[in-house]
Design a protein around this ligand. Sequence first.
Ligand code: SF4
Length: 301
Amino acid sequence: MEGSLPVAERPRRPEWMKVRAPSRDGRYFEVRELIHGAALHTICEEARCPNIAECWGRGTATFQILGDTCTRACRYCYVNSGKPEPLDPLEPLRLAQTAAQMQLEHVVVTSVDRDDLADRGAAHYAATIRALRARVPDATIEVLTPDFLGVEEVALQTVLAERPNVFNHNIETVRRLHPRMRGAKASYDGALALLRRAREIADYDVLTKSGIIVGLGETNEEVVDTMRDLRNAGVDVVTIGQYLQPSAKHAQIDRWVHPDEFRWFREQGEALGFGSVFSGPLVRSSYRADEQRAAATARSY
Ligand code: SF4
């Protein structure tokens, strides 16, 4: 890969990035059977998330709708990129049924980007929320959406009409690195505008949320600048976690951010007024999303 270091010179994974392997303790295998049995995708598996043993072990997972193939190719993301299959209209029903079987109290739904669809997948998100409301009426629902390239207003109206409890869109990285990491279709200011508009459109109590990956070449000050931009866009919840290079073809890790620096990010975020800041080496956007939501809901800010 262009600019990559020889293997011997790459930074070694530090102790604090070590995770446990899946075990028979907890619900890991039950969750896997339910998800695979329903032919559903999860970002946990598609993105090779390091927290899968922990999250599935505690009976949670993050569903990935709209198929397993993304029309974008971000430089940090392991999700398969290419020409997607046609939509599966029964996916929302199977997902809701599986959420009920898992007894989820907080359901997190994300997706690949579908720039090939006229509505970028917004109606499928809406159908998924409706199916969940019918099948698990007491559960709270979080959607982590793409940027709905070019049809943002209609797509937001479609999704938010179903009143998800949390609207999440990840800004992913700092302004300077955004074009290089996300490509020409995505934009830093577009992500901020989407989050700001979601807050404006929602005529009900919704939490807005976004996430930042660190270790891609940003400085700590740029991370704080990004948090400030998110807070100015009205975002309530922010997550910050360490980038892990999923393959030799992906962007190289620039640095291992120390747990003390993650603590500093959290303090800076709290000082900026976020309702919840989840910042840590293994934090991901959907990591303990139920607790992130509870923390932001409990805190008056
Ligand atoms: S952090 Fe999110 S993506 Fe990773 S295993 Fe947990 S629920 Fe899945």
